[in-house]
Design a protein around this ligand. Structure first.
Ligand SMILES: Nc1ncnc2c1ncn2[C@@H]1O[C@H](COP(=O)(O)OP(=O)(O)OP(=O)(O)O)[C@@H](O)[C@H]1O
Ligand SMILES: [Mg+2]
Length: 323
């Protein structure tokens, strides 16, 4: 991992920030929320000179320092395997911040990439041709992982390839992945990312329900199937309010499925179900949005209960999400 900032400096400023942070009101501690992810929140802290020009992604949900250390080991493995596969990522440093009396959290630090290079911008503003190229590019990056997975089925890796997770290069070179905080690694014994980190955000009763149903692991499985990965990229257009651009992207995705992905899909043993249709994208997205909305609601419930008992709720949650 190449450090984007001196780790000792990062630690001291982040400890100070973490002391001041109320996760329900990050702005009160001087943070600007760039985006609320499903797992982490992307922040900037422009008032702290050492952190200017950087994005901070705050991951919480670690039971203890050992759990945070395991996560960091996994992240390091994930980033180095992505590099080996030549899937470019934005430089990412990780810092564990442990305020006494509280559970530790891990901050991922990255350089703030220019807004006009981000996938969201491409989605809304690029020409049809450029959008189609962008979709093909992210699928081609994902293909590198699928090819490796077919060769090593017991130690697979994938990426969340939604357009919003990439920064596109002005010279037309392949985009760089910015969303690396959830390492998608699936081995013989299941997903390497500890689902307890996610489940820590919901009330204990619901936790055991999710555990029993294997919700998190089933959710992550989709990223290992080329067709479902493409479906997820397209479905996300709807969340971003760009459903009208689905047909252009669908053509690019189906061309990818019919050619480079077809062979690997067979090797991976995924059923080949022909081209994706707009109706399938809509249905897939509906289910996905319902799962994520439910997950957000149960997290809000936990936050409300903890507030009532004056206990700290350690996750930064979005307000209403338009899905
Ligand atoms: N390095 C960066 N430079 C500029 N913007 C960024 C950077 N990292 C993240 N962002 C912005 O924040 C958003 C969320 O970041 P990211 O996708 O890494 O987090 P996430 O919590 O995993 O989100 P989700 O769970 O929704 O995929 C990005 O889509 C992008 O708009
Ligand atoms: Mg993301």
């Amino acid at each position: 991992m190449t450090d984007v900032i001196d780790p000792a400096v990062a630690l001291s400023v982040l400890e100070d920030f973490e002391q001041r942070l109320d996760p329900a009101h990050p702005e009160a501690a001087g943070a600007n929320v760039l985006a609320y992810g499903e797992i982490s929140a992307a922040l900037t802290l422009e008032q702290v000179p050492a952190l200017r020009g950087l994005v901070l992604k705050r991951m919480s949900g670690f039971a203890d320092l050992a759990s945070a250390a395991n996560y960091r080991t996994l992240l390091t493995e994930y980033l180095s395997r992505l590099r080996e596969l030549e899937i470019a990522t934005v430089s990412t440093s990780a810092v564990t911040v442990a305020v006494p009396g509280r559970r530790p959290c891990v901050y991922l630090l990255q350089p703030l990439m220019p807004a006009d290079t981000l996938g969201n911008r491409v989605l809304h503003e690029a020409s049809d041709e450029a959008l189609s190229t962008a979709v093909s590019q992210v699928l081609d990056q994902s293909l590198k992982a699928f090819v490796a997975n077919a060769a090593a089925p017991t130690d697979q890796l994938s990426i969340d390839a939604q357009l919003s997770n990439w920064t596109f290069r002005p010279d037309g070179a392949p985009p760089w992945l910015i969303d690396v905080g959830t390492p998608f690694i699936r081995r013989r014994d299941g997903h390497a990312f500890d689902q307890e980190i996610l489940l820590a955000a919901v009330p204990p009763g619901i936790r055991s329900y999710y555990r029993r149903k294997g919700t998190a692991s089933a959710y992550m499985d989709d990223y290992f199937d080329p067709r479902l990965l493409a479906m997820d990229i397209l479905g996300n257009f709807e969340k971003e309010g760009a459903a009208q651009r689905i047909p252009v992207a669908l053509t690019a995705a189906n061309a990818w499925l019919a050619d480079p992905a077809k062979q690997v899909q067979q090797q991976l043993g995924s059923p080949s179900e022909g081209p994706i249709t707009e109706a399938q994208v809509a249905e897939y997205y509906k289910q996905d949005a319902a799962t994520l909305e439910l997950f957000l609601r149960v997290r809000r419930i936990d936050r409300a209960v903890r507030k009532a008992f004056r206990r700290r709720y350690d996750f930064i949650l979005p307000g209403p999400v338009h899905r």
